[in-house]
Design a protein around this ligand. Structure first.
Ligand code: FAD
Length: 510
């Protein structure tokens, strides 16, 4: 049998795409390497606790709702807003608040900074331009919606598009330098943390829009519950889902996809292949180089860096043993010291920012009664751990001891803000960049897609269509910016890819 579409990967983008295509009468095969659906939006169990592998919460909840309704999921879903706090030696602030109150709190904390109102006014103007760009900007659309947007184009839209291109090219540091003096303030407004601003003005506006205007939320079904609901739609409409089945190769003939070959050599034929694996994995591992028509395209994919990876410590704890008085929101970004004490020590967490998330705040039902779950996450380069990897899920000796040693250091630093933490621990699990590579199937364990550095930014906003006929990309990596946050952007790409397929089958049947 020839499928209408084969989707490689049951992550968020792949699932939405599969369900929408099946709902519209297509023969769909969804092939997933792992033994579960959901990709990184998945929960795993340890000793009575369920921990998230990836997302803790998401933004643009109404958009997520829209995508679910589009495939017929109308069941009521509660939402809990998550708040974000930053503590450094010079600042303790909840920054996920209304823009006006954030501005006035910062003005009180930094009375010398006369540029604060101008900075906020400029940022607000940019946010107004980008807030709903997925509804009108052709570069954030695909298939028929893109054609319709191009047809609707007028002088006002063209001007807005030009402004957006400009924001994408301007480093946010430039406007922060122009209006503000204090590095603590510039770093907060430029990175939502204590790091030097490094992203473009466009990405900065996207981040603040997500944080303060749209908010970041946790759904009552859990993020994994959303995937279960999407799976039910896909199965009800005849999609086949194969787990534990790695795709080894995308089969291509004369520049057009023909299907896929799995790791055990089975071939499945289809008219379309839609990859939810990231770009580098798809083009560098699943496609023979001679099948890629443009050498320049492959070189670009190879050269563009992704964002870095992280080390993550999952803790099941007795909350009564911890002093919580400094932690005032579900997510706390904490940096004990701004500068290293002596020489740079890569294994010390005292002078780097990391996230502490009280996960059980969101999901009390996912931990045993009277217990809590805490997650500590610190950005880390893949290369620091690479020498421990002997092969897929195979490590050289010493890896386990090393990651426990790193976890111990992270807990020690976290204890400065949460006294009693160590003695409260019931169980612990540790993920490293190697985990995100081998279990998350992400190239070099990358967490958040394409790099956000201005110098490496992509010209294209969406990377759905490829130089290979009938090969589409979906998921977080199919967008060069996370303009709806990670989760909703992955859904957006999945929905658009299905539109491209449906538009073509419509035009054929006419
Ligand atoms: C640690 C971490 C934290 C995150 N936190 C957040 C957050 O708080 N909020 C947020 O919105 N987003 C967050 N994200 C981003 C999050 O991953 C996305 O929101 C969303 O889950 C990504 O979905 P996706 O469609 O890109 O697919 P992915 O989750 O990347 O899934 C891709 C799927 O493809 C499968 N696959 C890959 N290669 C093959 C192959 N060869 N054969 C078969 N199957 C294959 C994989 O096994 C996987 O199941 C986080 C990500 C990580 C890693």
């Amino acid at each position: 049998m020839i499928y209408d579409a084969i989707i490689i990967g049951a992550g968020t983008g792949g699932m939405i795409c599969a369900a929408k295509l099946a709902l519209n009468g297509n023969r769909v095969l969804l092939i997933e390497k792992a033994n579960h659906i959901g990709g990184t939006s998945y929960v795993f169990k340890r000793g009575g606790y369920a921990f998230p592998m990836g997302p803790l919460s998401y933004s643009f909840p109404q958009r997520v709702r829209d995508f679910l309704e589009e495939i017929g999921i109308k069941k009521e879903m509660g939402l809990k807003r998550n708040h974000f706090q930053l503590i450094t030696p010079f600042l303790d602030i909840i920054y996920s608040q209304q823009f006006e109150s954030l501005e006035s709190e910062l003005q009180k904390a930094f009375p010398e900074e006369k540029g604060i109102p101008v900075f906020f006014a400029e940022l607000k103007k940019i946010i107004a331009d980008i807030d709903d760009l997925y509804l009108w900007h052709p570069s954030y659309m695909g298939g028929g919606s893109k054609k319709r947007a191009l047809a609707r184009m007028d002088a006002a839209i063209l001007k807005k598009m030009q402004r957006i291109e400009k924001y994408a090219r301007i480093p946010s540091g430039r406007i922060l330098e122009k209006y503000l003096k204090d590095p603590v303030l510039k770093n907060l407004l430029g990175s939502q943390g204590s790091e030097m601003p490094a992203m473009s003005l466009l990405n900065l506006a996207i981040m603040w829009n997500v944080m303060c205007f749209k908010g970041i939320w946790f759904p009552s079904w859990g993020i994994h519950g959303i995937h279960d609901a999407i799976k039910d739609v896909a199965l009800k409409h005849g999609a086949e889902i194969m787990l534990n089945t790695p795709v080894k190769e995308i089969c291509i003939e004369n520049g057009s996809v023909k299907g896929v070959r799995t790791a055990i050599g089975e071939v499945y034929e289809s008219n379309w292949v839609i990859s939810n694996a990231d770009y580098k994995k798809t083009f560098m591992e699943l496609i023979h180089p001679q099948d890629i028509p443009e050498e320049r395209f492959l070189s670009r994919i190879k050269a563009v860096p992704y964002t870095q990876s992280e080390i993550c410590v999952y803790l099941g704890i007795d909350p009564k043993k911890v002093d919580w008085h400094r932690m005032k929101s579900t997510h706390l970004f904490y940096r004990k010291r701004l500068e290293p004490k002596e020489k740079t020590d890569f294994e010390s967490f005292d002078d780097r920012e990391f996230e502490i998330c009280l996960w059980s705040d969101n999901a009390p039902g996912l931990v045993p009664p009277e217990k809590a779950a805490l997650i500590l996450r610190a950005g880390f380069e893949y290369t620091h751990f690479a020498h421990f990897r002997k092969g897929e899920k195979v490590r050289v000796s010493g890896y386990k001891e090393y990651k426990l040693q790193m976890a111990d250091k992270l807990i020690k630093t976290a204890e400065s803000i949460l006294p009693g933490l160590r003695s409260a621990i019931d169980i612990m699990e540790v993920a490293t960049p190697l985990t995100y590579r081998d279990w998350g199937q992400r190239y070099d364990g990358s967490i958040a897609g394409w790099t956000w550095l201005v110098k490496d930014s992509q010209e294209e906003r969406l990377l759905l269509e490829t130089p290979i006929e009938n090969l589409l990309m979906v998921g977080m990596y199919a967008a060069s910016e996370l303009f709806l946050g990670g989760f909703a952007t992955a859904m957006h790409t999945g929905s658009l890819a299905s539109d491209i397929v449906l538009a073509q089958s419509d035009s054929r049947s006419r």
